[in-house]
Design a protein around this ligand. Structure first.
Ligand SMILES: Cc1cc2nc3c(=O)[nH]c(=O)nc-3n(C[C@H](O)[C@H](O)[C@H](O)COP(=O)(O)OP(=O)(O)OC[C@H]3O[C@@H](n4cnc5c(N)ncnc54)[C@H](O)[C@@H]3O)c2cc1C
Length: 161
């Protein structure tokens, strides 16, 4: 690059340098494995991105509240949500660089979609007090209509064959 002919890169790096905790020190609830009641999320725990920080923060916050109330803590499965993939990768596999959530990391990526996330998570949201029973029923009704339409289309295309 013109003007930088005499420069030498000693340490390649991106923007800001910061210390972080290895996410392997956290359990699947995002609680420190040896310090009970201490939860971590975001870049201090080795993620890199707004969405990752938000997702981890949401889950760490939910679990801190559930623990404080003496209730069973929440784990989302890899088959249920990208958050499940993120936390499973994050807390169980060694990361060589700050973690970013990519669709390619998810073996269930064809099944996990924004248009069915409500069906996957509505009951959990209700159990946590985030959505009402009426909202859950509306979501179920919507997906029943989708299934009905899908079956109708399948039957019709079968007749055409
Ligand atoms: C230049 C740059 C560009 C980026 N671009 C993108 C992008 O395009 N897309 C993307 O997804 N991500 C991007 N990121 C990454 C993203 O910003 C971070 O991953 C995300 O903001 C991390 O969120 P966080 O809540 O973990 O940490 P932070 O957002 O850093 O929040 C930590 C907070 O803790 C506060 N704090 C620190 N110490 C103390 C203390 N002792 N007491 C009280 N408060 C304290 C800080 O003031 C800060 O508000 C970028 C980052 C940088 C630096």
């Amino acid at each position: 690059m013109k003007g930088l002919e005499g420069c030498e890169i000693t340490t390649p790096g991106y923007a800001v340098e910061y210390a972080y905790l290895s996410p392997l020190q956290l359990n699947v609830f995002l609680e420190h494995r040896s310090i009970k009641g201490l939860f971590f999320a975001g870049q201090v725990a080795g993620s890199n991105g707004y969405e990752e920080a938000a997702a981890l923060g949401l889950m760490a916050g939910i679990n801190a509240a559930l623990r404080a109330r003496g209730k069973e803590m929440l784990v989302l499965d890899r088959t249920q949500a990208y958050i499940g993939v993120l936390i499973d990768d994050f807390t169980c596999k060694e990361q060589k660089e700050p973690y970013r959530m990519l669709t390619s990391r998810d073996e269930y990526r064809l099944a996990l979609r924004h248009d069915n996330a409500d069906r996957q998570l509505a009951e959990i949201g209700h159990k946590l007090g985030l959505i009402s029973r009426e909202q859950v029923e509306r979501i179920k009704e919507k997906h029943a209509r989708v299934t009905f339409q899908h079956e109708m289309c399948t039957e019709e295309s079968g007749e055409l064959r």
